[in-house]
Ligand binder design. Structure first.
Ligand SMILES: Nc1ncnc2c1ncn2[C@@H]1O[C@H](COP(=O)(O)OP(=O)(O)O)[C@@H](O)[C@H]1O
Ligand SMILES: [Mg+2]
Length: 547
């Protein structure tokens, strides 16, 4: 598939690659090989995990270097080492050809390296300018806030980073806070800027603005290390890309030598893509029937307006729509988490309207909630405890009032194996699992209860390709076994790949339902924006009688 000698591609085959050889020559006279940052054979262990396994990584001046890998590949760990947050167990770091010891973020900044983490480190009650200077070594009285505010404003605008130096952090959107973090690092003199999955919290518009900023910084000679698991971002913004997998550096490529397909296969270690396994099960009996259901949202206004929808056994019905158009409330009324004001919900003919969540679980409804670590699982409990959370009342896990510890363990162990959940141990809290692995575990738990209906809300949101693919396979497999699946997703490609029918929601209504063979992205887009199409089954004609 790949050879180490193909142009511009160096594949780490263990010991000697071209890049590693150049690096080992020390401070190189060749300008092209003069790296701003060189990490050599970096190793980092956590209990039970080899997070970085002899990784070598080089960054040039004035490049955007993407660090690509699936969740858990070791990207954040490697950059936490470069930003002085973690100490490596082995290896060395050179900055502009000189060996450095980065004992703390302060040391890293002094060496010109600054990192913007996934979770920001801003003081909410301080202004932008105060945050920018927070913890800097100059004595307080030397700091003239007005002058700083001017500096911050100038710095911001020179890179197209819109910020108001006097705004308080709590007043800012997440995108704005990210800009403050970037300005903070620039102000402190970072000319190597590390961004950890920066677009995860941005709208597509904000992401485009960020890319413009990155290009400006690059033109000014700064280097940017851009952590991501998204291939299209690499193709759009990177000059070079290094792919990490399972703690190892797999390859470094020039962007011009990369294709999304090649990157994806390097990332997951096998060919990916192509169609999701087909085999459409014959659609069976109606499992879920929602008729004219209305419900109130959190603010007391109608969030579901006379919604009618059916899901049959062996069918995936997708719900498309822009977030906030009633999708979440729809999942909640079905699973008993929100009251129905009007209308009925039937499960195989039995009325489950306004039953308790527990009763509904017992009727055979599985749920993958939107906030998997909030409603779905308990972050501080172990894998075993999370897996039995819902089944502790039933055999074999429960024996009378007691929980059978050994059976619980075996059950958890089975699920972890069957669903290939990567975990360091069954007793470790699940907050330590990656997003993909905790989602697999949640899905495993729900499926192990043999549900007749599965309500999956954004089941792959925030997951990388490999994990999303695994989840898709499980959903298809369940559908083919005859489970009725309601799949709520904002990802139209996901719906196109999985759904047998797709219903589009807007303003609490179902605007229309399309069968797979009627799939029409234009039409779906129009319905998502609120224009009803008369010729599709469930119209918006029933009005809002509840008020
Ligand atoms: N502080 C930590 N303690 C224990 N394990 C960790 C810690 N940070 C990361 N890990 C583990 O190291 C591996 C790599 O994680 P990480 O660097 O966060 O990956 P990525 O950023 O590529 O998603 C994962 O298995 C993760 O669970
Ligand atoms: Mg990470």
């Amino acid at each position: 598939m790949l050879s180490g000698s193909s142009t511009g591609v160096s594949v780490d085959a263990g010991a000697g690659t071209a890049a590693a050889a150049a690096a080992n020559a020390g401070v190189d006279a060749d300008a092209d090989a003069a790296y701003v940052v060189e990490m050599r054979d970096i190793t980092k262990r956590f209990p039970g995990v080899l997070a970085n396994d002899r990784i070598s990584f080089q960054v040039r001046a004035g490049e955007v270097h993407a660090l690509l890998g699936e969740n858990g590949a070791g990207k954040s760990t490697l950059m936490n080492i470069l930003s002085g947050l973690y100490r490596p167990d082995g290896g060395e770091i050179l900055v502009r050809g000189r060996r450095v010891h980065l004992g703390s973020p302060r040391h890293a900044i002094a060496a010109g390296i600054g990192m913007v983490h996934q979770h920001f480190r801003l003081v909410q009650s301080f202004t932008v300018a105060q945050n920018v200077t927070l913890g800097m070594s100059k004595p307080r009285f030397v700091l003239n806030m007005r002058a700083i505010e001017d500096d911050v404003a100038r710095l911001s605008s020179s890179y197209g980073l819109q910020t108001d130096p006097r705004a308080k952090i709590w007043q800012l959107s997440v995108g704005e806070q990210q800009r403050v973090e970037i300005v903070k690092m620039l102000y402190r003199g970072a000319d190597v800027l590390i961004l950890d999955e920066p677009t995860a919290v941005l709208t597509p518009q904000e992401a485009r603005d960020l890319f413009t900023t990155l290009n400006r910084m690059k033109q000014a000679g700064r280097s940017i290390i851009f952590i991501t698991h998204k291939l299209d971002e690499v193709m759009e913004v990177a000059d070079r890309v290094t792919v990490l997998r399972d703690g190892r550096a797999i390859a470094t490529l020039d962007r011009k030598d990369a294709t999304p397909g090649l990157l994806a296969s390097l990332m997951v270690g096998r060919e990916v893509g192509g169609a999701v396994p087909g085999k459409k099960a014959a659609c069976g009996d109606c499992v879920l029937r929602i008729s004219s259901v209305s419900a109130l949202g959190d603010r007391g206004t109608l969030s579901l307006r006379s919604v009618s929808l059916e899901v049959a056994a062996g069918e995936i019905v997708g719900i498309a729509g822009v977030a906030g158009n009633g999708q979440r409330e729809l999942a909640e009324v079905i699973t008993g988490l929100r009251r129905v004001q009007e209308g009925r919900i039937l499960l195989r003919g039995a009325d489950i309207t306004n039953r308790t969540p527990l009763e509904i679980i017992r009727c055979g409804v599985g749920h993958i909630p939107e906030d998997r670590l909030g409603t779905g699982m308990v972050p501080n409990l172990s894998i075993v405890d999370n897996v039995i959370l819902k089944s502790y009342r039933s055999r074999p896990v429960a024996r009378g009032p007691f929980i059978h510890a050994k059976a619980a363990r075996e059950h958890a162990d089975n699920l972890v194996r069957r669903f290939q959940v990567k975990a360091a141990g069954l007793d470790r809290p699940i907050r330590l699992l990656s997003g993909g692995n905790s989602q697999k575990l949640l899905l495993a738990r729900e499926i192990s209860a043999n549900p007749g209906l599965l309500v999956a809300v954004h089941p792959t949101r925030g997951l990388d390709i490999g994990a999303a693919e695994a989840i898709h396979h499980v959903l298809i497999e369940q559908r083919n076994r005859g489970v009725a699946i309601l799949l709520i997703s904002e990802d139209l490609e996901e719906l196109a790949a999985l759904a047998d029918r797709v219903a589009v929601m807007f303003a609490g209504r179902v605007m229309g339902v399309l069968r797979r063979d009627e799939w029409d992205i234009e039409r779906i887009g129009l319905m998502m924006a609120g224009s009803a199409t008369a010729d599709t089954g469930h119209g918006a004609d029933k009005g809002d009688r509840v008020s």
